[in-house]
Design a protein around this ligand. Structure first.
Ligand code: CMC
Length: 428
């Protein structure tokens, strides 16, 4: 077998170094020995946005972006989405294996029994303005939870960490549902622990006067959407959870950071942006003009493109199928026609082909959420509910990883060289 090393010659000094290669990577710290003099800091890598840097070892989610493969703990997303429940997936991501019947019952019961939040959380949420964006409320609400559970700081204790994971899985849907009710000016609907995870959440959002007729097809569609969003290895929000969590802060604060990252339009906020884009286009005849604008760099085709997937996003394929199941129940969403035509045109256009831009998970999810009755502002909250078990699993993995330390990237300093302070009177 060929030697698993990399030989580097530093042409500044003529010196040669041999660095070990493991798992297709070299250790960036191994470059530090490459220096021009004893005072030289040593060579670093420059990798804005971590385009080519593995920041951790992870056994949770595998993605092959070129082949369009996504697996949770080795199970293909297609099989998981067809057969598993969301709580099963949450267990799988966090514990590493699918639960047996007794384990699933214990996990489901634990999550079900912690759905209530302290009533002061309600007062806290009531302090938001009537038109507060639900993602702002969610990240504030989840961050505030940390003050109700000071024991959560005890992150060295695995049992304590488990208790916080249960609390977050239980209480985030409750806060998310309260954000929905705020959006509609409706009184908060409290959790019903006789319902299952999805049924309880849907009931807390849509129940009026204590009544809601569940549509099980729509509930399963929502569950599949949450499963498809459950983890996606080191994406922006997961990296935020890991980076913030690496400081040793409690998980409520770390997850709140993940929610903040997800809020952005280039990440989870894209599902909301897709709907606004479809509204802006308005009708099929205006699609070519919109595409031309995008090609000129005047805006992006939201719901297209992905940092990792360069052939197709397997989640987008599954979501398109869910869309038809949902529309069979709710009637066709007229924006679907615009979306389908937009997709067809873009997929044949050289601009998108040459840049390997394909529909991503967000292209169709917003249309489905809208058909279910969720307003545009709320879509990213649903993404957050889906991503929660992934954030928790990644946080847990990070805490247990002896190679991890507080996240602290380096920089290339580009500012002024050292200079003396200028008193105010002497400044021009
Ligand atoms: N519309 C038009 N052009 C695009 C798009 C798009 N959606 N995405 C990328 N490009 C172009 C970009 O302008 C660049 O062109 P050029 O080489 O001529 O400068 C090229 O494609 C490469 O783009 P990039 O920004 O370097 O790619 P990236 O890997 O940094 O960005 C992305 C990935 C997802 C942020 C980006 O594709 C994008 O902004 N998409 C739209 C927003 C979106 O749908 N986000 C949801 C992502 S999936 C859900 C999630 O995981 O959050």
């Amino acid at each position: 077998m060929a030697q698993q090393t990399l030989t580097i010659t530093d042409n500044r000094t003529g010196k040669t170094y041999e660095l070990p290669i493991a798992d297709g990577t070299i250790k960036a710290m191994d470059l530090r020995q490459i220096r021009t003099s004893a005072e030289d800091f040593g060579l670093m890598t420059y990798d804005p946005a971590f385009m080519n840097t593995a920041a951790c070892r992870s056994a949770i989610t595998f993605i092959d972006g070129d082949k369009g493969i996504l697996e949770y703990r080795g199970y293909p997303i297609e099989e998981i989405a067809e057969h598993a429940s969301f709580l099963e997936v949450a267990y799988l991501l966090n514990e590493g294996e699918l639960p047996n019947a007794a384990q699933l019952k214990k996990w489901s019961d634990e999550v079900r029994y912690h759905t209530y939040v302290h009533t002061n959380i309600i007062k806290f949420l009531e302090g938001f303005r009537y038109d507060a964006h639900p993602m702002g409320m969610l990240l504030g609400g989840v961050g505030a939870l940390s003050t109700f559970y000071p024991d959560a700081k005890n992150i060295e204790d695995p049992r304590c960490r488990y208790a916080q994971r249960v609390r977050l899985m239980s209480k985030v849907p409750t806060i998310a549902a309260f954000c929905f009710r705020n959006l509609h000016g409706l009184p908060y609907e409290f959790p019903r622990n006789d319902l299952d995870y999805i049924g309880n959440f849907v009931n807390m959002t849509f129940s009026i006067g204590g009544k809601h007729e569940p549509n099980l097809v729509l509930q399963r569609a929502l569950e599949i959407l949450l499963i498809l969003h459950a983890d996606h290895e080191q994406n922006c929000s997961t990296s935020a959870v890991r980076a913030v969590g690496s400081s040793g802060v409690d998980p409520f604060s770390a997850i709140s950071a993940g929610i903040a990252a997800l809020y952005g339009p280039l990440h989870g906020g894209a599902n909301e942006a897709v709907l606004r884009m479809l509204d802006e286009i308005g009708s099929k005849d205006r699609i070519p003009a919109f595409i031309e604008k995008v090609k000129k760099g005047e805006g992006r085709l939201m719901g297209f493109g992905h940092r990792v997937y360069k052939s197709y996003d397997p989640r987008a394929r599954l979501i398109k199928k869910v869309a038809y199941d949902v529309f069979a129940q709710t009637g066709m969403n007229p924006k679907l026609e615009i979306a389908i035509e937009l997709e067809q045109i873009a997929l044949k256009d050289e601009y998108f082909i040459s840049r390997k831009l394909y529909p991503n998970v967000d292209f169709y999810s917003g249309l489905i959420y809208q058909a279910m009755g969720y307003p545009t502002d709320y879509f990213t909250v649903l993404f957050a509910l889906g991503r929660l078990p992934g954030w928790l699993a990644q946080w847990e993995e990070m805490i247990g990883d002896k190679e991890q330390k507080i996240a602290r990237p380096r920089q290339i300093f580009t500012g002024p060289a050292r200079r003396p302070y200028v008193p105010l009177a002497k400044r021009g």
